[in-house]
Write a protein of this length. Structure first.
Length: 54
């Protein structure tokens, strides 16, 4: 599983991000977490390929 325990905290208060560095059509952490969800498929297929090779 990809579950983790809370081991640290990142606080970003009053951080300026230029308009050209913002992700398009994304609000909050939906963009980064959506990318992680899609990466899980690649991880799963890679593990299955490695298991088949063994």
């Amino acid at each position: 599983s990809l579950r983790t325990s809370l081991t640290g905290e990142v606080v970003m208060d009053n951080v300026f991000v230029p308009e050209e560095n913002l992700l398009p059509n994304v609000s909050g952490l939906a963009g980064p977490f959506g990318c992680l969800n899609k990466a899980r498929y690649g991880i799963a297929w890679g593990a299955m390929g490695a298991a088949e090779f063994c």
